[in-house]
Design a protein around this ligand. Structure first.
Ligand code: 97T
Length: 241
């Protein structure tokens, strides 16, 4: 998979040289390229923004500069991802969909955002354009949101994580429930012991306990996820004792 990130702060993305994503690049699993949007400007001040039509505070990123950058970077069949607070909220489902793309181009907006004609232009040209938010809060730019989405997508690329099994039993993975509580040594810490069932060696009981805790936690913290469960899936959580 090829991933391109276009930003006026390309150094912000240098963290992608570390950890999983960095290793994937070294192993050739991920072709990650970071670009400075200002490389597509033509004036001596390398201008990427201007005042908003209709007035209002702040500046808007120019469509002509973004168009030159995206035209050069986007490959046929590539998808354009525009992080924005006004986007659809990014979920694991989006990560799974994006992980099947041949190329993703992340357009990191700053200021008051990118001229709306950029997304409109590429959609009209048949490009899949995803305007995505990572949550209901305001950031200073799309770089952090891109880092979040790139990590969520990259770890789904075949060969990225050692044990693909670990991708299944994860929050927002196992049939739409949150992860159950996990414990490790020492068995007793700060006067707190781990649940006896986890020491029982009875795998079915452990699986049932974990399912029950995941359901409890999801119902308490994310009732929306319980409401979204397909009733047909409910028996997926049932395990024979
Ligand atoms: O707040 C933002 C500013 C620019 C680009 C993206 C965002 C954002 C906020 C939440 N998800 O994305």
């Amino acid at each position: 998979m090829r991933v391109d990130v276009v930003s006026i702060f390309p150094d912000y993305l240098s963290v992608l040289d570390l950890s999983l994503v960095g290793k994937a690049r070294q192993r050739g699993l991920l072709d990650l390229r970071v670009h400075d949007l200002r490389d597509w400007t033509a004036d001596r001040h390398r201008t990427v923004d201007d005042t908003p039509f209709g007035g209002g505070a702040g500046m808007v990123m120019r469509p002509d500069v973004w168009g030159l950058a995206i035209d050069e970077v986007l490959e046929p069949g590539g998808q354009l991802v525009v992080p924005t607070p006004s986007g659809e909220v990014f979920t694991q489902r989006h990560a799974e969909e994006l992980a099947s793309a041949g190329q993703l181009v992340f357009a990191c907006g700053r200021y008051e955002g990118i001229d709306a004609r950029v997304a409109e232009h590429y959609r009209a040209a048949g490009v899949t354009v995803r305007e995505l938010s990572i949550g209901d809060y305001v950031l200073n730019g799309g770089e952090v949101a891109s880092l979040v989405m790139i990590e969520a997508v990259a770890r789904l690329v075949p060969g990225m994580v050692g044990n693909p099994e670990s991708l299944v039993e994860e929050s927002h993975g196992a049939a739409g429930l949150l992860e159950y509580p996990v414990y490790t040594k020492p068995p007793s810490w700060a006067g707190l012991d781990i649940p006896d069932v986890l020491l029982s060696g009875h795998h079915a009981r452990i699986a049932r306990w974990r399912r029950d805790r995941a359901l409890e936690r999801t119902a308490r913290r994310r009732p929306d996820m319980i409401a979204a469960l397909d009733p047909a899936d409910l028996d997926k959580h049932d395990v024979a004792l």
